[in-house]
Design a protein around this ligand. Structure first.
Ligand SMILES: [Fe+2]
Length: 163
């Protein structure tokens, strides 16, 4: 703990919650950069739509980053958003640098969104089990919104509208 607070969660609870929050903070920072990677580099006939879609996902993930970091500081710890930490701790797939066409970018982002969604859904019960219902609620919020963004991305991968 970095400062004395009237917040009534014990340090043991806070430490467990912060470990979960910091792990997802590193992932969310990576995911945020991956959205821009897609936004900048996508090419092809659906360029404008996908360019805008990927920036929309980025805006949502940017909010995730802020929510996670500020919950860590609320719990009296240091939010580590350093690039070096993010690179070392991200558990997400590395974005394929050579991705070019729309489908390649959609699949790359769908893969990492799916991965992030699985991890954050697991964190709901982990945070609740640690005794921090508020962090569990935060993870629930992120999980629900990640599912929605994954739907937006995956909907573009359905070619005939029936699958
Ligand atoms: Fe832009």
């Amino acid at each position: 703990m970095t400062y004395t607070s009237r917040l009534d969660l014990g340090e043991h609870v806070r430490k467990q919650a912060v470990a979960l929050l910091q792990a997802r903070l590193s992932d969310a920072l990576d995911l945020e950069a991956q959205c821009k990677q897609a936004h900048w580099n996508v090419k092809g006939p659906q360029f404008l739509q996908l360019h805008q879609l990927f920036d929309g996902v980025h805006t949502v993930v940017e909010e995730f980053v802020d929510l996670l970091a500020e919950r860590i500081t609320t719990l009296g710890h240091i939010a580590d958003g350093r690039v070096q930490t993010t690179a070392g701790r991200s558990s997400l797939y590395e974005y394929p640098l050579q991705a070019s066409g729309g489908v390649e970018h959609l699949k790359a982002l769908a893969a990492t969104l799916g991965q992030f969604g699985t991890l954050v859904r697991g964190n709901i019960d982990e945070a609740a089990g640690a005794g921090d219902a508020d962090s569990a609620d935060l993870f629930t919020q992120l999980s629900r919104e990640t599912d929605k963004q994954l739907w937006f991305v995956e909907a573009h991968l359905v070619s005939d509208g029936t699958a």
